[in-house]
Ligand binder design. Sequence first.
Ligand code: GLU
Length: 437
Amino acid sequence: MYEPRMRTKSMERFVCSKEPPNRSESLLRDSAKRLGISNAALEQIEKPYTFIYQRLPVEVEGEVINISSGIVLHNRARGPYKGGIRIASDVNIWETNELARLMTLKTALADLELGGGKTGIRVDFEKIYGMFKDRFKLGFYPFCDMLKDHIMKEFVDHFVERGLVRIYIPAPDMGSSGREMMLFYNRTHDPAVVTAKPEGIEGWLPGRHEATGFGTAYAILKYLEHIGKDPSEITVAIQGFGNVGSHTAYYLNDYGCKVLAVTDFYGGVCHEEGIDVNELMDYARENRTVKGYDDKHTIDNDTMFRMPVDILVPAASGHVIGKENCGELGVRLLVAEAANMPVSYEAFLELKERGIDLLPDNYVNSGGVIASDLEYRQGLGGTRYSRTQVFDHLRGRFDEMFGNMLEIKDRAGSFTQAACDIALRRIYLAMKTRSLI
Ligand code: GLU
């Protein structure tokens, strides 16, 4: 694929809008200063190579609805573009770009031979359901599944036609799952074309489904070991109970932490003595929300954020902790970013000032892409990994990443800055070696 070298300003002029200020660029600028990387080189690292806008016309009941989607291929200095497909009502090109940049930083921190990319598909399911519900007998969720299938089939067709197969390797992100990934396999019959394929599909990886939550819990465990705390002394609140939030709760509970509160988009539950995580998982699987699990002990998200707990795990959407609510957080020890970019740059600085640690997204939630990397290589090479091997591999990678961060944390200023320094140095070296800088 042709990858033009472009100047930031020329790209922004072309897109006719300026990239909003964002955390990864602020962190990268700080890191570049510490590492002595020039502004010109930094610009090559910060900006994406390719933006693709893709209109996805889908037919519902004889009417055509146009869905907008965008693919950002950010950087492949270290390997193929890798990153998930986000399906949400508020995604836009700049957010997709920032998520793609984060994937470049994530794969580099985990030392995977992968680059960074991302897809955003903007769909307001509630609105579209509202337009058609009188004509349909389908309930909301079956309607969403059907619409998503139509949209994804259209997306996969364009993806294949554009020759993105094995150039950009997608995976699930917010709003998508193995079900959607299967469609890439159905169209190509290539197990290396996509990761997080559902169980039983050629090249699927045992443990990939739980990997992000497993990794998040293990990332937190490493931190607790480091500060000399036993998990049984630790209380936790978790925002989000989808794939990542629920598995994080499961494994933290397994280590002995007490999960006091969980919220999702629709509601929340709080048990002072600790939630029965297994029971809540069963409930949420059935009802697609935690709302209604225990009507006597509900909690809303703002109240949960103010609750005094040792660890707060934002595991839902991005941008949920900013300077407007950071001062009110009740957390005492640690914010662990299981979601991508939940904490703004200003809030990161404020937490640091208050002595609350922040474990960054590119470390905490990297279990997903680390497992994806194994799945991809399994698809390329035909090797098969067991669930035990996958979890051992994840633990090994987290041990290494945490060790690497600790080595330079004091010099860099925090875990977040250390993680960025490590990733930036690796990307810079790869680009330099390949004469891309
Ligand atoms: N969407 C996940 C992330 O943000 C997984 C990406 C992947 O496995 O490629 O890390």
